[in-house]
Ligand binder design. Structure first.
Ligand code: TYM
Length: 338
């Protein structure tokens, strides 16, 4: 941290680009829930990020409601935390433009997520997909957020946000105007892998339904997916070192650990030497116990569009009160006539 003197503030976001899954829950949403009682929190549905790859407009709207409902079903209280829609707070886009003029092409060229998403034909990727991490920096910095709970895959983007903040502060001679936001990544569940391939992360865009446990899955679907999850033929090892080079086993033990609040070593103390025939049903029971109530509440809330809209619009107003102030300060700093 630098000498930033503002309050501790938490910001994070989720894209409405598909169904919320166990990775989103363990890597991000569950951490949000844990922070709202002690921190000033802003949890965003980042629809402007979602459109960096084409989204069917009707689906985008559905998925936006789905993310808000998932936040609330998981336990985020919109009275405590500010729950907002990115496109409803124009300050994000305004600051993003100014930060586009601070970030360097060379920094963006190194972003591995762009390379993964753009694939071989990067000439055909949208400009938005390339500038995506700068919009992310703007999301965070427009609230002068100091802490950002995310999954492991966002680490490089967070480093870029810190670089952008530091360069802005230096270039304009406003030391500590922006904080250098701290990523909060650690803990089991920071990287949940696909159930079909322990080397690929669980993702909203996986073409195989079987690879992903969705928050909306019912108990039967969860149990079926875990039963069919790819594994190797060996029994579980009795210590954590024995999980090395066994990505599928490591992932399932990691999920058990994250959901039970026990260390992987402790889980292996109980299940070491057992085959997956014994471990998988225990894991399925645990996942159902933790996710089924969230799924039920999610379905109930998703049907109440008027309430979800109210939450988002109220959140946008509360968020804009903070974000507009930052943009006004930034305009002054960069020399716009205000
Ligand atoms: P997104 O929508 O891809 O994912 C939302 C959150 O879920 C985490 N996550 C995972 N964690 C563990 N295992 C997985 N398999 C897994 N898959 C996803 C992500 O790390 C993320 O925390 N760029 C962001 C959204 C964003 C944002 C921001 C985040 C926009 N602006 C500002 C923080 C701050 C994204 O695409 O997340």
């Amino acid at each position: 941290m630098t000498g930033f003197k503002g309050p501790n503030r938490v910001f994070s976001g989720v894209q409405p680009s598909g169904g919320m899954h166990l990775g989103n829950y363990l890597g991000a949403i569950r951490k949000f829930v844990g922070m709202q009682a002690t921190h000033d929190c802003y949890f965003c549905v980042v629809d402007m990020h979602a459109i960096t790859v084409f989204q069917d407009p009707k689906k985008l709207r559905e998925q936006t409601y789905h993310v808000v409902a998932s936040y609330l079903a998981a336990g985020i209280d919109p009275e405590k935390a500010v729950v907002l829609l990115q496109s409803a707070v124009p300050a994000h886009a305004e600051l993003a433009w100014i930060l586009n003029c601070v970030a360097r092409l060379g920094w963006l060229d190194r972003m591995t997520q762009f390379k993964d998403k753009a694939g071989k034909d990067k000439e055909r990727a949208s400009v938005g997909l390339y500038a995506y991490p700068v919009l992310m920096a703007a999301d965070i910095l427009v609230y002068k957020a100091t802490h950002v709970p995310v999954g492991e895959d966002q680490k490089q983007h967070l480093e870029l946000a810190r670089d952008v903040a530091g360069k802005f502060n230096r270039e304009f001679g406003v030391a500590d105007f922006f904080p250098l936001p701290e990523p909060l990544i650690k803990g089991p569940g920071a990287r949940v892998m696909s159930l079909r391939d322990g080397t690929a992360k669980m993702s909203k865009s996986d073409p195989s339904e079987q690879a992903t446990i969705y928050l909306s899955d019912d108990a039967d679907a969860i149990a079926r997916k875990i039963k069919k999850a790819k594994t190797d033929p060996e029994p579980l090892p009795s210590d954590v070192a024995g999980l090395e080079h066994r990505p599928e086993a490591a992932n399932l033990v990691g999920v058990y650990s994250a959901l039970s609040g026990r260390t992987a070593a402790d889980v292996l103390k109980e299940f070491g030497g057992e085959g997956f025939g014994k471990f998988k049903p225990a894991l399925a029971d645990l996942v159902v116990e933790k996710l089924a109530p969230i799924g039920a509440e999610l379905r109930r809330l998703e049907a109440d569009r008027a309430y979800l809209r109210r939450v988002l619009m109220d959140g946008a107003a509360r968020a804009a009160a903070v974000a507009d102030k930052t943009v006004a300060e930034v305009k002054e700093i960069v020399g716009f006539v205000v």
